[in-house]
Design a protein around this ligand. Structure first.
Ligand SMILES: [Zn+2]
Length: 359
């Protein structure tokens, strides 16, 4: 795995933050500790070893059953079919890195609000936050990192030279905008299932913004459709994994040992080909993106009619207390009048109409 290009800088910061901690106030200490934890996680790049399907199912069970109340959202999306439209590859984008950054900058400047653009500029710092990876590492498309103590932000991208590069960078800065506005380590712990909402909204409206500009119209619309099509495909796989997890499920009187036994006997008796078809694509990793999409679509449908209202609601979502329990967090979103998946069919039809216009 490739090392982050900013690891050296992070190591320096780690030393400085540890030193600052000695004489810090209680409030500063909280931000320093959070920043130190984030850096240590990155430097250790601890990834959990998965040796077999048993490990994978156990891990997925423990994660996904925490959010069982959201499973029906995935099931709704899995029912969407776009078989009438053949899948089109993501459109190519022939611009250099500097031009790419310029396009992302233009979107934030002209396609969002003054307040959001200011947040973007604060993160962006004259391109200093952005690193392009030289080698084409297939495991990384783009990711980002925010340190709350000094409000610094790092983005790295391995370019695919597709139009999606623009939307994905807007996505990463969306993470930064959320964290800069309202930081809590909790967003990446027990609220992780909601951590992609803000970023995916920016990704979507970035494509929408470029679909209005002649030069990019076709690429932007196809990209928006392909991303949605991929989400619906991922939802289908995850829906199947839910049924596996229901088979191995334990009741409240049983222990993790019982769960492991159930998983073992399931894996041993399952058709190995079918099992690998299902689990090798790691459906559980898509869960947070599918959940985010179910909320983002609602916000986007509002955006199409009234962008000001959508940005107002986005700000409300950003400001939701990040220390709420996950189910209460969702009810805060509901209180804003946003009900996940209410308009997925309309969204699907909207995309198909757009697609028909250009194909
Ligand atoms: Zn993301």
């Amino acid at each position: 795995m490739q090392r982050n290009p900013y690891n050296r800088e992070l190591k320096e910061k780690l030393k400085i933050f540890k030193k600052l901690r000695e004489n810090a106030t209680w409030e500063e200490k909280e931000l320093l500790d959070a920043s130190i934890d984030i850096i240590l996680d990155i430097l250790k790049s601890k990834s959990i070893k998965i040796r077999n399907y048993q490990d994978q199912l156990l891990l997925d069970y423990n994660f996904l059953t925490l959010y069982k109340y959201l499973w029906s959202l995935v099931n709704d999306i899995s029912k969407i079919t776009n078989d009438d439209i053949t899948s089109i590859p993501y459109p190519q984008l022939n611009v250099d890195n500097k031009e790419l950054i310029g396009l992302v900058h233009d979107f934030f400047k002209n396609g969002t609000t003054k307040e959001i653009f200011e947040l973007f500029c604060k993160l962006y710092k004259e391109r200093k936050s952005l690193y392009f990876l030289k080698s084409q590492d297939p495991t990384i498309y783009a990711n980002s990192l925010y340190l709350p103590y000094d409000e610094s932000f790092y983005v790295q991208m391995s370019r695919k030279n597709e139009f999606n590069d623009i939307a994905i960078l807007a996505h990463e800065y969306g993470h930064g905008i959320h964290l800069l506005s309202n930081f809590s380590p909790n967003l990446y712990n027990n609220l992780i299932v909601y951590s992609e909402i803000v970023s995916m909204f920016f990704e979507l409206i970035c494509s929408d913004y470029y679909s209005k500009i002649k030069e990019f119209e076709k690429s932007a619309i196809v990209t928006q459709f392909e991303t949605w099509d991929m989400i619906t495909e991922n939802a289908k796989n995850l829906f199947q994994e839910f049924s596996v997890l229901s088979i191995v499920d334990i009741n409240k009187f049983q222990s993790e040992g019982d769960l492991i036994k159930n998983i073992d006997s399931f894996v041993n008796s399952a058709n190995q080909r079918e099992l690998s078809d299902l689990l090798d694509c790691r459906p559980s990793e898509d869960f947070i993106y599918i959940i985010a999409q179910s909320i983002v679509i609602e916000l986007y449908m509002i955006y199409l009619n009234d962008s000001e209202k959508a940005f107002y609601l986005l700000k409300k979502i950003i400001d939701i207390d990040l220390n709420l329990p996950p189910q209460v967090y969702l009810s805060e979103i509901n209180k804003l009048g946003i009900n996940p998946n209410q308009n997925i069919d309309e969204y699907n039809m909207h995309l198909k109409r757009e697609l028909k216009k250009i194909l």
